[in-house]
Design a protein around this ligand. Structure first.
Ligand code: AMP
Ligand code: GLY
Length: 424
């Protein structure tokens, strides 16, 4: 099979790595890709939002199967464009990707189908927001409706903070049109866990659990980022929590979307809070998490391409999804200053130490080849270093040891990825 992967981050590198292991994969293209993905795929300089150009390329090369890694093109309807051109594509159509594209939509869906989540209201103007906030209980959570690079969520401890949030989201439109509507949500406490799952429109098969670290600094301080590191499985996601989620959250979500005429094919990412009242949905995403993919995919036993094909063909029920009985930790190596301002273009040394290794991997996020053919830093998140271990403690030690093998100017990482493991 000829495969086209759309995206350019660590998640897409992990997907390309898994797809390349499939005996069915003859040739892999990735648009736009990065310097690490180039080891497995021919990178094509077409942007992820250039749907028609991508479809032209897929047609010209006779691509048999397309995999969309990123949220923006999915929410923008790339799958509808590809399908209309006869390209078999793994990922939700626009009408199902809306579970990530609109928080107001997701909350309404959960309410209608009785899926556990935080109480909320949706407001359509700053005046309406202020009226609601006059009698609200604090802390409270404000969420811009649309995609905001993971930054459109504000946890407000006081009425003053909430007022500033209303101005930022709905008046100054810091997140653009994403702030035309806003969800105001009850604040929940508990452990967070991410569960990614394969879906074929009817059947859902959850993968092993993971936990992300979203803040930039040690001890969960500093600004929100795309994710600074992950571990898998989460020791807090017990068999009891899993059974609850399967019954009241996962299958209900898939059934709800099908009932609404929006069958979901692809990956549903459940962001969950394990509260004292049981697991509740924090958010849905319509694709693999980044860097959750970098700890979940290396633990997967199945041929990923076959599982994705089963999703597209509506026969996921035939798949026995299996994960290794081990653990993985991913530490993101970023450019110092991320997520605000950082320099790029520094050569990266030590990547060769990961060649051929089966217990440690380096997934590229923001890298490129410079004019001299060297691999250089090209983003805030540069690399994700993943290591396996028999236990989480072992995987974490292996991951931090592996981070020492890589050097580049302005290298920055958190030193407490997986610290929560010690509390389990
Ligand atoms: P989201 O993009 O909806 O996942 O929100 C980003 C982060 O904000 C989550 O990972 C949580 O840490 C936090 N968060 C979102 N909603 C809530 C909530 N209702 N209560 C507490 N924390 C929340
Ligand atoms: N790591 C969080 C996300 O991919 O949304």
């Amino acid at each position: 099979m000829k495969i086209l992967i759309v995206g350019s981050g660590g998640r897409e590198h992990a997907i390309a790595w898994a797809v390349a292991k499939s005996p069915k994969a003859e040739k892999i293209y990735c648009a736009p890709g990065n310097a690490g993905i180039a080891e497995f795929a021919e990178c094509v300089p077409i942007g992820a939002m250039e749907f028609e150009k991508l479809a032209d390329f897929a047609e010209e090369k006779g691509v048999d199967f397309a995999i969309i890694g990123m949220d923006d093109p999915l929410v923008g309807g790339i799958v509808d464009v590809f399908e209309a051109r006869g390209i078999r594509t793994f990922g939700p159509r626009k009408n199902a990707a809306i579970i990530e594209g609109s928080k107001a939509f997701s909350k309404e869906l959960m309410k209608k189908y009785n899926i556990p989540t935080a109480g909320y209201t949706t407001v359509y103007s700053a005046a309406e927001a202020r009226e609601f906030l006059r009698t609200a209980k604090f802390p409270i959570v404000l969420k811009a409706d649309g995609l905001a690079l993971g930054k459109g969520v504000l946890i407000c401890n006081t009425p003053e903070e909430a007022e500033a949030g209303v101005v930022e989201i709905m008046e100054d439109k810091k997140f653009g049109a994403a702030g035309d509507k806003m969800v105001i949500e009850e604040f929940m406490t508990g452990r967070e866990v991410s569960v990614l799952s394969f879906c074929d429109g009817k059947t859902i098969k959850p993968m092993t659990s993971a936990q992300d670290h979203k803040r930039a600094g040690d001890g969960d301080t500093g600004l929100n980022t795309g994710g600074m590191g992950t571990f898998s499985p989460s020791p807090f996601y017990t068999a009891e929590a899993d059974a609850f989620c399967r019954e009241y959250i996962y299958q209900r979500t898939v059934d709800a979307l099908a009932a609404e005429g929006r069958p979901f094919v692809g990956i549903i990412f459940f962001g969950l809070m394990l509260t004292a009242d049981g697991p509740k949905v924090l958010e849905y995403n319509c694709r693999f998490g980044d860097p959750e993919a970098q700890v979940v995919i290396p633990r997967m036993k199945n041929d990923m391409l076959s599982v994705m094909e089963a999703c597209v063909d509506g026969r996921l029920d035939e798949i026995d999804l299996q994960f290794e009985d081990n653990a993985a930790v991913c530490v993101v190596l970023a450019s110092s200053g991320y997520p605000v301002k950082y320099a790029k273009g520094f050569p990266i040394r030590g990547l060769e130490n990961f060649k051929g290794a089966e217990d440690k991997f380096v997934f590229h996020a923001g890298t490129k080849f410079d004019a001299e053919g060297r691999i250089v830093t090209n983003g805030g998140r540069v690399l994700g270093v993943t290591a396996l271990g028999k236990t989480l403690v072992e995987a974490r030690a292996n991951a931090y040891k592996a981070t020492e093998l890589i050097e580049f100017d302005n290298k920055y990482m958190r030193h407490d990825i997986g610290k929560a493991i010690d509390e389990a």
